[in-house]
Design a protein around this ligand. Structure first.
Ligand SMILES: [Zn+2]
Length: 170
């Protein structure tokens, strides 16, 4: 199984390539991403986070408990956003680090599914936050890009300390 890459790896700050081929390999990658996410555990994972720079992300706020909660987003975009929420956010590429990030309260997403069909979905609250966070990943945007400069510097210092200590491997 592939490993989750952490902050400092350039793959996390590049825009991922659109998915053009909807085949068994893509389905296999989605299944692998879900397994890695559940094991971590987390509520979402974007392909660049396992070193694959393509526009696919998964969100599952049930962490593998409810199959209806598994959302696979391929080439996704936010087509509507309304309201605002402030809340603590984590990221599997920033282990043990959280930050308060502003997000819309409700979003409407347009994406493709594993068959290549265009689908739309709506989410609000925590799930809307998760969708926005994962879609950001596909554009090379990290939660550190959505916090104040002071907070960003604090996170960078924490990471640098851990790199020195040998507990952070970008
Ligand atoms: Zn993340």
């Amino acid at each position: 199984m592939r490993e989750i890459v952490v902050y400092g790896d350039p793959v996390l700050t590049e825009k991922a390539s659109p998915v053009e081929v909807f085949d068994e390999d893509l389905a296999r990658l989605a299944a692998e991403m879900h397994a890695i996410m559940v094991k971590a555990p987390g509520v979402g994972l974007a392909a660049p986070q396992i070193g694959v720079p393509v526009q696919m992300a998964i969100v599952d706020v049930s962490v593998g408990e409810d199959p209806d909660e598994l959302h696979i987003l391929i080439n996704p975009e936010v087509i509507e956003a309304e309201g605002a929420q402030k809340g603590e956010e984590g990221c599997l590429s920033f282990p043990d680090i959280t930050a308060v990030v502003d997000r819309p309260l409700r979003v409407r997403i347009r994406a493709q599914n594993l068959a290549g069909h265009v689908v739309e979905m709506q989410a609000e609250g925590f799930k809307a936050r998760a969708f926005c966070h994962e879609i950001d990943h596909l554009n090379g945007v990290l939660m550190t890009d959505r916090v104040s400069r002071l907070k960003r510097e604090m996170i960078k210092k924490k990471v640098q300390k851990r790199v020195k200590a040998g507990t952070w491997h970008p």
